[in-house]
Design a protein around this ligand. Structure first.
Ligand code: ARG
Length: 262
């Protein structure tokens, strides 16, 4: 074999080997980090001041929305909020369509069997709303045998169902329950106190009022799928951090005009 042919063969083999090696792998790009997946968060976004749509920007806003964004930032992930019915949130978590929910969701033993809850992030309770000119319904005791509107799948619905002889009307959203009260289709709405207060302050003041003492004392939690304990831990850590660094308090004051209870 001539020297030329040998040199050519070596070159040819080299080209083939290098060429093949290139097929298997993408050249490494050391500068680029793999982007962490966005956190998909489900919420029933008709529950002001926790989650609702800004009429002008069409963006989801509220206490929960600010809190979950701050948690995402703390965790270094993008947050993607998906609007869905309240009673569909836990099934969506179980089915893996979403990673977490933030939706003014009360931590209850029944729900805690199906999902993980974060540490409580808001203290709440149920109250009742009646028409502004109603002077007979003054407390939960007076609701016996009355017509009550609630949001489907909520603690308000559960508690209202315990009231003797009450006729319960269930609506997909809390605003629909308020509309029914205004229209005279029901005598009262049983729903979360801070949401009732916001409704009265914003729109319903001339039509409706809150009466009586809160019926329950409840706490809201962020839910994640049972098996995803890693995410639950991260959310708790982020929440702790936001409480320590004052960010949680800032968001609380923004939406409720006062400091969070200790
Ligand atoms: N706190 C109540 C519950 O957990 C009502 C929550 C309703 N939330 C909502 N975004 N619609 O049952």
């Amino acid at each position: 074999m001539s020297k030329k042919l040998i040199a050519f063969s070596i070159l040819a083999i080299f080209v083939m080997v290098v060429g093949l090696a290139g097929c298997g792998q993408q050249p490494a790009k050391p500068a680029e980090q793999p982007k962490p997946k966005a956190l998909k968060v489900g919420s029933d976004t008709a529950f002001a001041p926790f989650e609702f749509q800004d009429e002008k920007t069409k963006e989801y806003v509220g206490f929960d929305m600010d809190l979950i964004k701050a948690i995402g930032k703390q965790m270094g992930v993008e947050v993607e909020v998906q609007g869905m019915g309240f009673d569909g949130l836990i099934p969506a978590l179980e089915g893996g369509q979403i990673d977490a929910t933030i939706s003014a969701m009360t931590i209850t033993p029944e729900r805690a069997q199906k999902v993980n809850f974060s540490k409580p992030y808001y203290k709440s309770g149920l109250s009742m709303v009646v028409k502004a000119d109603n002077n007979t319904l003054k407390s939960f005791k007076d609701l016996e045998g009355k017509r009550i509107a609630v949001q489907i799948g909520t603690t308000g619905a559960d508690e209202a169902k315990k009231i003797k002889d009450a006729k319960i009307r269930e609506f997909n959203t809390a605003p629909e329950a308020f509309i029914e009260l205004k229209a005279g289709g029901v005598d009262a709405v049983v729903n979360d106190l801070p949401v009732n207060e916001y409704y009265i302050a914003q729109a319903g003041g001339k039509d409706a009022k809150i009466v009586g003492e809160p019926l329950t004392s409840e706490e809201y939690g962020i839910a994640t799928a049972k098996k995803n304990t890693e995410l639950a831990d991260k959310i708790n850590k982020a929440l702790d951090e936001l409480k320590k660094n004052g960010e949680y308090e800032k968001i609380y004051v923004k939406w409720f005009g006062k400091k969070p209870p200790q």
